[in-house]
Design a protein around this ligand. Structure first.
Ligand SMILES: [Zn+2]
Ligand SMILES: [Zn+2]
Length: 485
């Protein structure tokens, strides 16, 4: 697997230079650390920029597609995350739409923290034909959230691109000029579909006509359940809250015949403002065309990449899951489908296929059978496009944008028996403005989160997570009191 996870994939010379600058900027010495700690103890709280109670900076958890059970499912990971902390870190589960688009989820995430009426933006709503305003949140979960009081974020699956979408919106001034991408101090992703997933096509999205969905498909069935739940939302338990107010789909707003029409063909699911479209490669290319997802120089990024497959193709880079994963049968089956997916079916051709230059090695000869030019391109794709965790291909879990268009560092897996991160890596000094990509071998989409099963791997992950967040808090303290700038 090492060839698909090279030790370093920092791209351009300028990117390398930039990361070097950042590294030198944050270099510290024990003497400075001791001095900073001493002076920090005399600092007024308003300068040190922690909460009034001087608590560790809270961690916001953003769940993935169909998520929303919070601590009920995630379990007691906090016990392990706080092992190395003097003071327990507060964890806040963000309440966002479990099936909403990335844009809508990002807006809901912002207002869940700050409070107020959810505003999806006039232009966005005009383009996508839903109401501009959603629910009103009387009291945000962290109303003091600002550039001076930033927060840590962790996203599982679709939760992670929700966070990077929010940071993108903050950088564009979507929420006003007072807000800033620095408000997101760190981003930790677990099995995130930053760059889409071929699974969405297997579930029903049309390969040649996204966002259209095949009428007889799992995706279409999910859409029908979503509409039924939305229609009956006034009588549904809180656990089934879909945040669909702006869609006007409840029985108090639309007729039964309107529901039947949506069950026949869902305007929401088959729009470009839906979670399923957001994880297509077409949507990925549209986002990346204007560099959405570029790193913010003062945010700390770390991605955790799960992989449950190994290479099986002789003259291709296709993958298949190990038989041990038969115990998680649904993921085993989806992993098999993804591991042999034919990317050549996609129209328009995704940029990662279209950008592969022709070469004798990738050109198909007549004796190998009739193929389209796209087939030839596919032969040039690396195996990370087929390697997967049952839901997301490996290349998509790395980070937004191609390695040549962002700043990243990929770490070779440790080979630890429990599949956890290498201890030496876990203790690495935090470094902002660069994606640190960690691979987890023999792991599926839910091995680390969301379901707590108390495995050694989960315990090690959360312990390392606690140490990493603590180190960032310490670094931020040093920077803010003026030792570095
Ligand atoms: Zn929307
Ligand atoms: Zn990379």
């Amino acid at each position: 697997m090492n060839e698909i996870f090279p030790a370093s994939r920092n791209l351009s010379r300028s990117s390398q230079d930039q990361s070097l600058v950042l590294r030198s900027t944050y270099k510290t010495s024990p003497a400075i650390t001791i001095c900073a700690s001493f002076f920090r103890s005399f600092m007024p709280v308003s300068i040190y920029n922690k909460s009034p109670l001087d608590e560790p900076i809270p961690l916001i958890v953003v769940e993935g597609f169909l998520g929303g059970a919070g601590a009920l499912v995630w379990g007691n990971f906090q016990d392990y995350m706080n092992i190395s902390c003097e003071q327990p870190r507060r964890v806040i589960f963000a309440n966002v739409g479990p099936v909403s688009s990335l844009h809508d989820r990002a807006c809901e995430l912002y207002y869940a923290m700050k409070g107020g009426t959810v505003d999806y933006g006039a232009d966005h709503c005009k383009q996508h034909h839903h109401l501009q305003y959603g629910r009103t949140i009387d009291e945000g979960m962290y109303p003091q959230w600002s550039r001076d009081r930033p927060l840590h974020f962790l996203g599982h699956s679709l939760g992670a691109p929700t966070i990077t979408k929010l940071q993108w919106l903050l950088s564009t001034g979507f929420f006003g000029n007072r807000e800033h991408p620095d408000m997101i101090l760190s981003v930790t992703s677990i099995s995130a579909p930053f760059r889409g997933t071929q699974l969405v096509y297997a579930l029903g999205e049309r390969e040649d006509a996204a966002p259209a969905v095949r009428p007889i498909s799992i995706g279409s069935a999910i859409a029908k359940v979503v509409h039924l739940v939305s229609f009956l939302s006034p009588y549904m338990p809180k656990l089934l809250d879909l945040h669909a107010e702006s869609r006007s789909l409840s029985c108090r707003e639309v007729s039964f015949s309107s529901l039947l029409e949506q069950l026949r063909k869902s305007e929401w699911t088959e729009s470009r403002d839906a979670a399923n479209f957001d994880v297509t490669f077409l949507a990925m290319d549209e986002r990346e065309a204007y560099s959405e997802g570029l790193v913010n120089p003062r945010t700390f990024y770390r991605s955790h990449v799960a992989c449950m497959t190994h290479k099986i193709g002789l003259d291709t880079n296709t993958h298949a899951p190990s038989l041990g994963f038969l115990l998680t049968l649904p993921l085993y089956l989806t992993s098999r489908i993804m591991g042999s997916f034919n990317f050549c079916l996609l129209r328009p051709i995704p940029s990662f296929l279209a950008n592969i230059p022709y070469s004798p090695a990738t050109t198909i000869t007549p004796e190998k059978g009739p193929h389209t030019p796209a087939d030839a391109h596919q032969r040039g794709l690396n195996e990370e496009y087929w390697a997967n965790d049952g839901i997301v291909p490996v290349f998509s879990q790395w980070h937004p944008l191609d390695c040549s268009s962002t700043i990243c560092r990929h770490y070779i897996p440790s080979g630890a028996a429990n599949g956890s991160m290498d201890e030496s890596l876990a203790k690495l000094k935090p470094e902002p403005g660069i994606w640190h990509v960690h691979q987890i071998e023999d792991a599926h989409h839910c091995s680390l989160a969301p379901r707590w099963s108390g495995t050694t791997r989960q315990k090690h992950f959360w312990e390392a997570m606690g140490r990493w967040l603590g180190n960032i808090d310490d670094d931020v303290g040093l920077i803010r009191v003026g030792f570095y700038f």
